[in-house]
Design a protein around this ligand. Structure first.
Ligand code: ADP
Ligand code: AMP
Length: 216
């Protein structure tokens, strides 16, 4: 089962992908996270991606597609994956179809999560991430038990460099220009289910589960 979580930065894709991944036992594949790992490891891919990420722009399709295709071809993705942050362009969506077709698979469901601009900025501005295990918290809506410390592994929490006010706005702008057209793309193919990202974390998850139950 291949499930795509689509929506603007900060809407809660990563948070929901993690919950779904645990429940379904499918890997959570986040292209943003793969880039951050490459940056941390200091690889050539990481150096290339960083220039774009720092400016809130999309990393070019060629690089992104190759990275995600390689991840999806790993054995743990044999039974499917929860895709978070990929595809983000029509070119990436077409490439994903090709990668999956090679193994007689296809995208089963696209969950489109949405919310107001005000909500997105508030969520991005309060996001804290664990440096060690990448768990995501929110200073108001999902705070860690101890300030600055991950509940799951005790790792240090940090604010992403691309969550500054200026980059947040740029990323939302880029989303509207380059990624939002995917909503119609998947709607026309009958794969899209729209859910309200404004509810609290369990409220959004309940809608996601209901969407999944309908296609199963
Ligand atoms: P995305 O992956 O779409 O960029 P995240 O999952 O990282 O979004 O969530 C962005 C921020 O919003 C995080 O700080 C997260 O803890 C918080 N968050 C996620 N979902 C909700 C929700 N339903 N209600 C309140 N805060 C949320
Ligand atoms: P995210 O973790 O999804 O918020 O992504 C962080 C940043 O990584 C984005 O702002 C982009 O610069 C880059 N990125 C992540 N996924 C993609 C993608 N599918 N295509 C292009 N760039 C991406």
């Amino acid at each position: 089962m291949f499930i795509v979580l689509l929506g603007p930065p900060g809407v809660g894709k990563g948070t929901q992908a993690e919950l779904l991944s645990q429940e379904l036992g499918l890997p959570h594949v986040s292209s943003g996270e793969l880039f951050r790992e490459a940056i941390k490891a200091g690889t050539a891919l990481g150096r290339k991606a960083q220039r774009y990420i720092d400016q809130g722009k999309l990393v070019p399709d060629k690089v992104t597609i190759a990275m995600v295709a390689e991840r999806l071809n790993q054995p743990d993705c044999a039974g499917g994956a929860i895709l978070d942050g990929f595809p983000r362009t029509i070119g990436q969506a077409k490439a994903l179809d090709k990668v999956l077709a090679q193994r007689n698979a296809s995208v089963d469901l696209v969950v489109y999560m949405n919310g107001s601009m005000e909500m997105l900025l508030q969520r991005l501005g309060g996001r804290w991430t664990c440096r060690n295990c990448q768990a995501v918290y929110h200073i108001l809506h999902n705070p860690p038990r101890e300030p600055g410390k991950c509940d799951l592994c005790g790792g240090e929490l940090y604010q992403r460099e691309d969550d500054t006010a200026e980059t947040q706005r740029k990323r939302i702008e880029v989303y509207l220009e380059q990624t939002a057209p995917l909503v119609e793309h998947y709607r026309q193919r009958g794969l899209l289910v729209e859910i309200n990202g404004e509810l609290d974390i369990p409220g959004v998850y309940a809608q996601l589960r209901a969407a999944l139950d309908r296609i199963r």
